[in-house]
Design a protein around this ligand. Structure first.
Ligand code: NAD
Ligand code: DAU
Length: 332
């Protein structure tokens, strides 16, 4: 049995990882989460007490990080500020959590000789042209665009430096855009679903031609588990499920699945520096670790996600007005 310390485990992907790991493996899990606006204890409801614990605290607190790292076999490091739009409004906390927080995690796994898996994003590679035949691979040069992606890029560089200079046993993964239950409603897909439930027209930044490579959160997490078990130390694995769609297509599909007219949305002010396209080549992960995504039909995965938000209004309702007010103030 492995004891895991999961940072950021009260957020979207981290909480789905905790549920996934407790349902599919023998691991015990401790979550370390600062419970920011993006962390929610309700995400961790109903978990078996004998195999799960939540510690409220920050990865920027080295004393706490050391104590928890020492007490576990391995760390899966999800904790981050994760929203690009917020990083344009207030980048400071992104530097603190994503860079300084990762530094403290690295120092702790170095001191106590523990295994680390670092969760990162495809955004570190910048963006692709719409007609570029190449996709991102682990060899693609780093070229981040936003304070968020630059902070994640910095954290990846720190992890590699700690592997090479200090022999830390770490792996990295860079995943594409996740969708699924429990994603904060500031993000694209849940924002549009909850807008439609509230009778608000979906909001598309700019022309809506930007492409994202969608993957279901459970497929991301099954890949993370595979890397944790079988990944080679020091290696980077790109996680993606060949899910490229432009934002306009996604909004039209949500409208169709929710029984609305396909053109029932608004174009709003674009995001400054908005990355045009992300696309992942996950050949290495598939060939080396035998990973395959289970959610191969985006429409089906999206339908389940819509149903989750319809059935869990109590989860998102308290955040809706504040979230929309922030967007309205920016013309979005
Ligand atoms: P999220 O914003 O939903 O969750 C982040 C969690 O981290 C929250 O529970 C929050 O309370 C916690 N947190 C924030 N600051 C903290 C701190 N200082 N100490 C401890 N906990 C803190 O984010 P998410 O979408 O679940 O993303 C999780 C990770 O996956 C991030 O590292 C992100 O960069 C990466 N990622 C996300 C996506 C995506 O599509 N959402 C894709 C690829 C990679
Ligand atoms: O690629 C992985 C990244 O995906 C992760 O690292 C980030 O943590 C995660 O937030 C996500 O970043 P994006 O910026 O791509 O996600 P977001 O949901 O904010 O936006 C997706 C696309 O939709 C993007 O092109 C902007 C657009 N958009 C977003 C919102 C909130 C809209 O058109 N309208 C909106 O209301």
């Amino acid at each position: 049995m492995t004891s895991l310390l999961v940072t950021g485990g009260a957020g979207f992907i981290g909480s789905n990882f905790v549920h996934w790991a407790l349902n599919n493996t023998d691991a015990t899990v401790t979550v370390l989460d600062a419970l920011t606006y993006a962390g929610n204890t309700a995400n961790l409801g109903g978990l078996p007490e004998e195999r799960f614990e939540l510690v409220a605290g920050s990865v920027t607190n080295p004393g706490l990080v050391n104590e928890l790292v020492e007490a576990h076999d391995a760390v899966v490091h999800f904790a981050a500020e994760s929203h690009n739009d917020n990083s344009l409004e207030g980048p400071g906390v992104f530097i603190e959590t994503n860079i300084v927080g990762t530094y403290h995690v690295l120092q702790a796994v170095r001191q106590f000789g523990k295994r680390l898996h670092h969760i990162s994003t495809d955004e570190v590679y910048g963006d692709l042209e719409l007609d570029d035949p190449a996709k991102f691979t682990a060899q693609t040069p780093y070229n981040p665009s936003s304070p968020y992606s630059a902070s994640k890029a910095a954290s990846d560089h720190l992890v590699r430096a700690w592997v090479r200079s200090f022999g830390v046993e770490a792996t990295l993964s860079n995943c594409s855009n996740n969708y699924g239950p429990r994603q904060h409603i500031e993000k694209f897909i849940p924002r549009q679903i909850t807008n439609l439930i509230d009778g608000i027209r979906p909001k598309l930044y700019g022309a809506g031609e930007n492409v994202r490579d969608w993957i279901h959160v459970d497929d991301h997490n099954s890949a993370v588990w595979g890397i944790l078990q079988k990944g080679r130390i020091g290696e980077t694995y790109l996680i993606g499920a060949d899910g490229e769609k432009n934002n306009k297509e996604v909004v039209e599909l949500i409208l169709q699945l929710m029984g609305r007219k396909p053109d029932d949305y608004d174009h709003v002010t674009d995001r400054p520096g908005h990355d045009l396209r992300y696309a992942i080549d996950s050949t290495k992960l598939r060939e080396e670790l035998g990973w395959e995504p289970q959610y191969t039909d985006f429409s089906e995965g999206l339908k389940d996600t819509i149903t989750w938000y319809e059935e869990n209004e109590a989860w998102w309702r308290p955040m809706k007005d504040t979230t929309e007010a922030k967007y309205a103030a920016k013309g979005q």
